[in-house]
Ligand binder design. Structure first.
Ligand code: SF4
Length: 321
């Protein structure tokens, strides 16, 4: 049975992949918002500047259409390890999230994970909807309102103290697993004071399973912050000094490269589908596709010569419209 995104030729609107994911194995993505609709505009965002900066929940797309497309794709591919609600914006902004999660459960094809920036978890209705997931990967990079505003550039109504309380309540009540992602921004949230305060908060979360330290592959050109290397993440972990597992982006095993059975048309198709969802840097494409840099560059140059893709000012690749 086909396993890759390249095996299905139909253009999809909401479903993305399956793609190999650092933390989730083979993950089939569900994107519920228009591109870059987010309550944050993070300094480290690898997509682009937030286009629709909002914290207002809406039905951005028909939940039934999402489920219909998901069923169709699941019928064409081998069962993924996870169905992952994430994508090119903040998924909890979709007011039909609870319904969609309930429908995914009924399909019973794979466990469901939600990747969220945590911004709306202070809302009881969002917590209730997220209870239907099997796994939550929320981001929490600081417990300082000032640093939070600097890193995430949230909509003005979002208050970190409410988010922290909402996250604590959720983790206490949730029966699935939770892994908090901390995005390490050198010189901003990795001072001794920042890490100590974050540690103190994390210690209050009684059922937190693990922590993941992430770092940008490459910063947007206009970003004021730098990328964190392995040493920086290791130092952060040491200072965090938690008794639960703390892994870093550099340690996660990636899906084995396809070099042994490099299939140009399949990889080209995967690239086009990935770029249809959002612009990607070469490093992102390498990791997601599990391909060697030189082969990937060769393919990108071919697609560029064919007028299908182009490089953006911040060194990402995007589709030619
Ligand atoms: S929360 Fe995610 S999608 Fe939104 S701006 Fe931050 S990194 Fe980008």
């Amino acid at each position: 049975m086909p396993r890759n995104a390249a095996d299905s030729n139909r253009m999809r609107t909401y479903i993305f992949g399956p793609v190999p994911s650092r933390r989730l194995g083979i993950s089939l993505g569900v994107d519920l918002t228009p591109t870059k609709t987010c309550s944050f505009d993070c300094l480290y965002c690898q997509l682009s500047k937030t286009r629709f900066h909002t914290s207002e929940r809406k039905e951005f797309c028909s939940p039934d259409e999402v489920i219909a497309e998901l069923k169709e794709v699941l019928g064409e591919i081998a069962a993924p390890d996870w169905i992952t609600i994430s994508g090119t914006g903040e998924p909890t902004l979709h007011s039909g999230l609870g319904y969609i999660l309930a429908e995914i459960k009924k399909i019973n094809s794979a466990p469901c994970c939600v990747i969220t920036n945590s911004s709306l978890i202070y809302l009881p209705e969002v917590r209730q909807e997220l209870m239907l997931a099997d796994r939550l990967l929320p981001t929490l990079s600081t417990v300082s309102q000032q640093t939070f505003t600097r890193i995430h550039r949230p909509t003005p109504d979002l208050q970190l103290n409410k988010i922290l309380e909402g996250l604590r309540i959720f983790i206490h009540e949730f029966t699935g697993s939770v892994e908090i992602e901390i995005f390490v921004c050198p010189g901003v949230n990795d001072t001794d004071e920042e890490i100590k305060n974050l540690r103190n908060y994390l210690m209050t979360l009684d059922r937190l399973e693990s922590v993941y330290l992430n770092a940008a592959v490459r910063m947007p050109l206009d970003s004021e912050i730098k990328t964190a290397d392995q040493n920086r993440l290791n130092a952060f972990r040491t200072k965090l000094n938690l008794s639960i597992p703390v892994t870093t982006a550099f340690e996660h095993n990636l899906v084995p490269p396809r070099m042994s059975n490099w299939n140009r048309p399949a990889v080209s198709s995967d690239i086009l589908k990935l770029l249809l969802r959002h612009p990607c840097s070469e490093q992102q494409l390498e990791r997601v596709l599990g391909s060697a840099p030189e082969k990937l560059r060769e393919l990108l140059n071919e697609l560029s010569m064919a007028g299908k893709v182009k490089k953006t000012a911040n060194d990402c690749w995007t589709l030619v419209e």
